[in-house]
Design a protein around this ligand. Structure first.
Ligand code: SF4
Length: 366
């Protein structure tokens, strides 16, 4: 495959996903669907974050290989296009690990300790020992993932803005330390050993110098609320998912078990769609007309929940059927999938090597 140079003048975006196995509809609507649209406008880099998977699942990597393959199949069948996007595996670009190490030299420890997900995840994943350096350092690895490709934007939902902010701070600190003469304000703050003032002075200085690592901006993308079958957020850990590759019969059978408005006990009881998780799915997958029909039928007891769930199943099946057809074609040709990942990783490495050359030089390593 030849590199498509016509896309390189577009603004660049970069995003990645942990290989946790086949993707569910929450993964699809929260990220992958948006990525597919971004390809029309941006020079896109999308990666499978296998190193990140090891930060929490280091003790048992036995499923990692298959999970990478499953996520790659979901990426491609959902519409990521290797002719327009660089699709690659994180660990196949060793510069991610090198940049992470270099960043770790100058990143203050409290920056990592204060990341909200650090404590949250340790609480949520109590069955795993996450008292490791890799887990503490994963937001810094994320910063390396991003800054390696010098993207203009990082597409995220509302809840991930803080992660990009850390990346911006790391870029700022790097640029301030290695890419500009320290301003008098920075020198004074360093002499006073005042971390707060050093950072404030670095921010001020960075407003006038861009440096080697430009600060990426957040590109807010829609991340609709997608409930699982039990009404909680759709998540593998809750075992309440509908997979992108779920067979139609299973989609329909699973949806029949989905929780509804708990006050609607009998068919003759009117319901309230605004507190019903099934209606949340309609809001994402059904047309405005169908949503109006559901609201009217539900609030007047004109339709039953089984009929309503059948309609949302129809809408979901119409979205996933073409994706599953593409997946079947890709599954029949695993060498082609390998070649796409191989080629994407080679393209990513070429870009990463350029950045690393500048970074190494700035840090006195050439
Ligand atoms: S009719 Fe539909 S929206 Fe109304 S309670 Fe039943 S499943 Fe929910």
């Amino acid at each position: 495959m030849t590199e498509n140079t016509s896309i390189t003048s577009r603004p660049r975006v970069l995003s990645g996903m942990r290989p946790t196995g086949r993707l569910h509809l929450g993964n699809y609507m929260g990220a992958l669907y948006n990525w597919v649209q971004l390809q029309d406008t941006y020079d896109c880099f999308f990666f499978i974050a296998d190193l990140h998977a090891l930060t929490t699942d280091y003790a048992d990597p036995s499923t990692l290989r298959q999970n990478i393959r499953d996520v790659a199949l979901d990426f491609l069948s959902a519409g990521l296009d290797p002719e327009r996007s660089t699709i690659f595996i994180q660990s196949h670009v060793p510069q991610h690990a090198e940049l992470h190490t270099l960043f770790s030299m100058f990143t203050p420890l409290p920056w990592l300790e204060r990341v909200p997900t650090y404590k949250d995840q340790q609480e949520q994943l109590r069955e795993k020992d996450l008292n490791t350096y890799g887990f503490l350092g994963y937001p810094l690895l994320q910063s390396a993932d991003i800054l390696l490709y010098q993207p203009d934007f990082v597409p995220v939902g509302h809840d991930q803005i803080a992660h990009v902010e850390l990346t911006r701070e790391v870029a700022r600190r790097f640029n301030s330390l290695y890419c500009s003469q320290p301003t008098p304000a920075i020198e004074k703050a360093r002499a006073d050993h005042s971390d707060k003032e050093i950072i404030a002075a670095e921010v001020a200085a960075n407003n006038v110098t861009n440096g080697i690592l430009p600060e990426p901006k957040v590109l807010l993308t829609p991340s609709p609320k997608l409930p699982g079958l039990d009404g909680r957020k759709m998540s593998k850990s809750y075992n309440n998912t509908l997979m992108l590759s779920e067979p139609e019969a299973d989609v329909r059978a699973k949806l029949k078990t989905m929780v509804t408005d708990p006050a609607r006990i009998r068919r003759t009881d009117p319901g309230n769609p605004d507190i019903c998780p099934v209606f949340d799915l309609h809001k994402v997958f059904s047309s405005e007309e169908k949503q109006a029909e559901v609201r009217q039928g539900c609030t007047t007891a004109g339709i039953g929940c089984i009929q309503c769930k059948g309609w949302v199943a129809d809408a979901i099946v119409s979205v996933i059927t073409p994706i599953q057809e593409r997946r079947r074609i890709l599954e029949a040709d695993p060498d082609n999938v390998d070649a796409i990942l191989w080629d994407g990783s080679a393209r990513a490495r070429r870009r990463a090597i350029q950045t690393l050359q500048h970074v190494r030089q700035a840090m006195g390593l050439e």
